[in-house]
Design a protein around this ligand. Structure first.
Ligand SMILES: Cc1cc2nc3c(=O)[nH]c(=O)nc-3n(C[C@H](O)[C@H](O)[C@H](O)COP(=O)(O)OP(=O)(O)OC[C@H]3O[C@@H](n4cnc5c(N)ncnc54)[C@H](O)[C@@H]3O)c2cc1C
Length: 369
């Protein structure tokens, strides 16, 4: 079909310049829209996404509302100084409070059913135990919470419990935020892939001759940012997750971490297990923006479920999927102005449920600075 020429009426409606265009309708992008519109109710705000719904990580994650297991903090100690780690814990903790207050626990199925890191290697467990005083002090400094990490045992495994960790339903989280944005008058264009942007003029090209203009642009495309802004260094990382069919005598009630946060599992629905991670097994192949299943990782997780978690015979996978995360070279996200008319926010490094809304709020404040 030939592109139709624009009518007078269409031109009046669709050639309007927006005050703010946000590219990317994930948790970060939609949070920018939400907080910006709260502070500038009369301004025209438009969110654009290439998907029929957001298709990056925000609706495809595991729904852990978490701020780090002990071995995850230990891995961070090797690459970052203490002050930065404490600051990130604070941001994750505060980000989760903001998310819950803004959306409401009942709307996003937020729960705290008990959280644990399990261990299969006694040496690793003892090393983690030796760090307990340090990480508990960090949680006091970051969030004012005492005795967050404690030695325990779960299902026959030595473990460290994590007080105040929770979980939620990522689909309901995004749905609630979307509805709140619609109520505020934020506009959306779905299935609109941005081909390129002109940071200097504030023009966004969608292809098919569609060009939109704004006095400010916010690029919130996380792992896909480098394809729009070559100078922003974000590495993609594909994450794989599956959910089992209901399992009789299900014993993994709660949220669980293993091996530096590389493996995670939790109960979803009724007696179903969500299991994901193990990206580290094939890291080069998983450094991709393509969705898909890596059979090596899937088979490894299946054998983890059989041999470590000891799921009863006959269990099966009901649903599997992948999502794409965006990583910076440290674990700290990027939030910066790139021109007079554009800011970028990206690289939530696998922690975006906790960080996304807080970062979106901060980005909304940077838009007019
Ligand atoms: C498998 C998996 C499990 C995870 N588990 C957890 C967890 O349990 N807890 C946690 O805290 N974090 C988790 N994360 C990380 C978390 O989901 C992300 O950090 C967070 O969702 C990032 O949000 P975002 O809005 O910045 O990016 P995204 O949600 O990726 O949004 C970016 C959006 O930009 C759009 N887009 C990209 N390019 C274009 C373009 N050219 N034109 C138009 N639109 C475009 C995409 O369609 C997408 O909707 C997980 C991630 C994955 C993949």
């Amino acid at each position: 079909m030939k592109n139709a020429e624009r009518s007078f009426w269409e031109s009046e409606l669709y050639n309007r310049e927006h005050d703010l265009i946000i590219v990317g309708a994930g948790l970060t992008g939609q949070s920018i829209a939400y907080f910006y519109k709260q502070n500038h109710p009369d301004e025209k705000v438009l969110v654009i996404d290439r998907g029929f719904y957001p298709i990056g990580a925000s609706t495809r994650n595991a729904g852990f509302a978490c701020f780090g297991s002990v071995t995850e903090h230990m891995a961070d100690m090797e690459i970052e100084e203490e002050a930065k780690i404490i600051d990130r814990i604070r941001r994750r903790f505060n980000g989760l409070q903001l998310l819950r207050q803004t959306l409401g626990d009942e709307n996003i199925d937020y729960r705290e059913p008990g959280a644990f890191e399990i261990f299969t290697d006694d040496e690793v467990f003892q090393k983690a135990v030796a760090q307990l005083d340090i990480v508990n002090r960090w949680l006091v400094e970051a969030a004012g919470k005492e005795d967050v990490y404690e030695i325990t045992e779960i299902n026959g495994f030595p473990a460290i419990s994590i007080r105040h960790e929770g979980c939620l339903h990522p689909g309901k989280m995004m749905r609630t935020l979307y509805e709140k944005n619609l109520e505020q008058g934020v506009e959306f264009r779905w299935q609109s892939q941005v081909q390129n942007i002109d940071e200097a003029s504030g023009v966004v090209n969608l292809g098919n001759d569609v060009q939109l203009k704004a006095s400010q642009l916010a690029i919130a495309t996380n792992s896909f940012t480098s394809s729009l802004l070559k100078e922003v260094d974000i590495k993609p990382g594909r994450g794989f997750v599956f959910v089992t069919k209901p399992i009789p005598d299900f014993k993994w009630k709660g949220t669980f971490h293993y091996d530096g946060g590389y493996y995670y599992f939790r109960e979803v629905g009724e007696n179903q297990l969500l299991l994901g991670g193990a990206r580290s097994l094939d890291i080069d192949v998983e450094t991709t923006i393509e969705f898909g299943t890596n059979e090596k990782i899937k088979n490894h997780l299946i054998s983890f479920a059989n041999n470590v978690l000891k799921l009863p015979e006959g269990w099966g996978v009901e649903k599997e999927w992948s999502g794409i995360m965006g990583f910076t070279s440290t674990k700290s996200p990027i939030l910066k102005r790139i021109s007079e008319k554009a800011i970028v926010v990206a690289g939530l490094s696998g922690m975006g449920v906790a960080l996304g809304m807080q970062l979106g709020k901060e980005a909304s404040e940077l838009v007019r600075k």
